[in-house]
Design a protein around this ligand. Structure first.
Ligand SMILES: *Cc1c(COP(=O)(O)O)cnc(C)c1O
Length: 420
């Protein structure tokens, strides 16, 4: 198919050209004396994305799932109790992983479309006077339903119950895209992957551990080899890895962090919010509803859009892909067929998103959903226009070639002014 593939699944996201170029390089010796320069800077800079000064960063050749596993097996023992609300496919899978490691999970089932129930968590922790519960597992942004939970509220609930459990947060589709504050929220284990907000291919599982989490290692009896923090800490101390790292991914991560710091995390969060508001305006204009039950749960990185009764979200996705070369996210598990998702995170701007919205409404019309073609695009475009930042200044006029001639020191000539 000519033209670009419009990739609007929540992950993998679009990889910027700069990152693709940074990754396109010859292999090198990962035990050379030059290698630690790369590693040490990555481990240091990564902490800024997690907003932690006291935490320790780990880079595993893995994915977000590997990050889940690393966080749990380094800090817990088989038979330990953990508390986990379940409100979508990702919270479900993390619970499943915990159970397969022999942890006893107290599951709080929450309606899909809502997020972590802070009051209920406080109640349960307050009742656990023996402090049997060792951890609380929260998926910050439930990618399956487009719901963002209030991690600060969960922390307040844990503090109100004066409970010492560790706080584990899956930030795979939030960290680097929406506000996340590891230190301020006293998150003990924060997890992300490379293929969402970090704009890289899948291939890295990134974890940050608090000093309290690192101390919990001493008692933690879960078997661990590949994901052992201890081996990683030892090797990382001199700038190396306990096994062969993925060199292109590390150079890609270097470029990703540079891009993120150039834009600035707060600007990135504001951009994601504004882009998401446009998608939400489109959904309203279509007369449809989000899976997220209330504005407080709205995710700025992914919108899960319910299709009307009698239609199948999978048909919309299928037509969008085959006819318009647009990749939308599917409904997973319990919400399969009921919705489709638009991922709006990473390397993205208004016009890219308007393209995705145009494709989504064309595909919806094609499968018979009644809506006015262009309604969603118009609503989003109006929002983007009316909330646009002031026009950035033109680049300063380049000095005219005349001005560089010896003896020429005059201000810009009319010709140069026209050219600028
Ligand atoms: C994508 C995602 C994961 C899983 O990550 P993989 O890299 O596919 O292992 C976990 N949690 C959330 C919230 C995600 O969005």
């Amino acid at each position: 198919m000519p033209g670009r593939n419009f990739l609007f699944v929540p992950g993998p996201t679009n990889v910027p050209e700069r990152i693709l170029r940074a990754m396109d390089r010859a292999m090198e010796d990962h035990r050379s004396s030059a290698f630690p320069t790369l590693t040490a800077a990555l481990l240091h800079d990564l902490k800024q994305v997690f907003r932690t000064a006291t935490g320790q960063a780990f880079i595993f050749p893995a994915t977000g799932t590997g990050g889940w596993e690393a966080a749990l097996v380094n800090t817990l023992s088989p038979g330990d109790r953990v508390l986990a609300p379940r409100y979508g496919q990702f919270s479900h899978l993390w619970i499943d992983l915990a159970q397969r490691h022999g942890l006893r999970v107290d599951i709080i089932d929450v309606e899909w479309g809502e997020g972590a129930p802070a009051a209920r968590i406080e109640e349960i922790l307050s009742a656990d006077t023996q402090h049997e519960i060792k951890g609380v597992l929260i998926v910050h942004n439930e990618t399956a339903t487009g719901v963002t939970s209030d991690v600060a509220a969960v922390r307040r609930a844990m503090d109100a119950a004066a409970h010492p459990a560790l706080l584990y947060v899956d930030g795979v589709s939030s960290i680097g895209s929406i506000d996340f504050r590891m230190d301020e929220w006293k998150v003990d284990l924060a997890i992300t992957g490379s293929q969402k907000g970090l704009m890289l291919p899948a291939g890295l599982g990134l974890v940050c551990a608090s000093p309290k989490a690192l101390a919990a290692r001493e008692q933690a009896k879960c078997p661990r080899v590949f994901f052992d923090f201890g081996d990683m800490i030892k090797a990382n101390a001199t700038g190396f890895f306990p096994y062969t790292p993925s060199i292109p991914m590390l150079y890609g991560l270097r470029e990703s962090l540079d891009i993120i710091f150039e834009e600035g995390l707060d600007n990135i969060f504001a951009r994601h919010h504004r882009l998401a508001e446009g998608v939400r305006a489109a959904v309203r204009a279509w007369g449809l509803k989000l899976c997220a039950k209330a504005p407080r749960w709205h995710s700025d990185t992914v919108s899960a859009i319910l299709v009307p009764e009698g239609f199948n979200g999978a048909d919309v996705i299928d037509v969008a892909f085959r006819r318009y070369n647009l990749a939308l996210g599917a409904g997973l598990a319990r919400v399969a067929g009921k919705l489709f998702r638009i991922g709006h995170l990473g390397d993205l701007n208004e016009l890219m998103l308007l393209g995705a919205l145009a494709g989504a409404e064309m595909a919806m019309r094609d499968v018979g959903i009644k809506l006015t073609l262009g309604a969603g695009v118009a609503a989003a475009a109006e929002l983007y226009r009316s909330t646009a930042a002031p026009l950035p200044p033109r680049p300063a006029a380049a000095p005219s070639p005349d001005a560089q001639q010896p003896g020429a020191g005059k201000p810009a000539t009319p010709r140069a002014a026209v050219r600028a």
